[in-house]
Write a protein that binds this ligand. Structure first.
Ligand SMILES: C[S@@+](CC[C@H](N)C(=O)[O-])C[C@H]1O[C@@H](n2cnc3c(N)ncnc32)[C@H](O)[C@@H]1O
Length: 189
């Protein structure tokens, strides 16, 4: 190994060592900091610290967080352990990130959250998200109407054993369907 290779290897070893020392120092400093404050603050203070830290973080009230759905490990856990369960108790619900996806999976969910601000945000989001969802094709003109696409009509008819014979969406959309059984009957005559 020549001099320059030796210097480079020494430098890289020092870099690795200094990183491990920094990590150890960081761990010790954090441990001391937490120990000091856990010793000084009462339960009441700790509760207030918790409240303030959730208020300051903003991320738990952000709609992109609360609309992001279940985390991968949560989905896996639910699919694995809760398939035959219908009622769930969600503790530490925050502003409710997990609630909608759990409701959509058919669970009956009771949720608890001790932070008032997160509860308020969560309830406001639930009001928006908890509304009955609109379907593509829903309209007000001025009464409520649902306009089916040709594909949706075809699919529904197929499931019921009918075949779409005619579909026209000019003027007022209209369609004619024929029962498959009836067609078979006709073809036998
Ligand atoms: C890490 S946050 C997670 C929030 C939410 N599950 C999410 O993922 O967006 C933990 C939540 O638990 C709440 N929490 C802590 N102790 C609680 C308790 N004893 N009862 C109810 N909620 C609690 C906190 O206020 C905080 O909102």
């Amino acid at each position: 190994m020549d001099d320059s290779q030796h210097r480079r290897s020494l430098l890289l070893s020092l870099h690795g060592l200094s990183w491990r020392l920094l990590e150890a120092f960081d761990g010790i400093a954090r441990g001391l900091w937490a120990g000091l404050w856990l010793g000084l603050l009462t339960r009441k203070h700790l509760h207030l610290v918790d409240q303030l830290s959730y208020e300051a973080s903003k991320s738990y009230t952000a709609s992109n967080h609360n609309l992001s759905g279940l985390f991968g490990w949560e989905t896996e856990g639910i699919d694995h352990y809760f398939q035959d369960r219908r009622r769930l108790l969600l503790l530490g619900a925050g502003a409710g990130r997990e609630i909608s996806p759990l409701l959509e999976r058919g669970f009956d969910v009771d949720a608890f959250e001790c932070h008032e601000g997160l509860r308020k945000t969560g309830n406001a989001l639930r009001w928006i998200l908890g509304r009955e969802k609109l379907d593509f094709g829903d309209d007000l003109s001025p009464g409520f109407a649902h306009f089916f696409t040709r594909e949706a009509i075809e699919e529904e008819l197929r499931e019921a054993g009918w075949r779409l014979e005619f579909f026209d969406r000019r003027t007022y959309p209209h369609a004619v369907a024929i029962a498959e059984e009836e067609l078979t009957h006709i073809s036998h005559q």
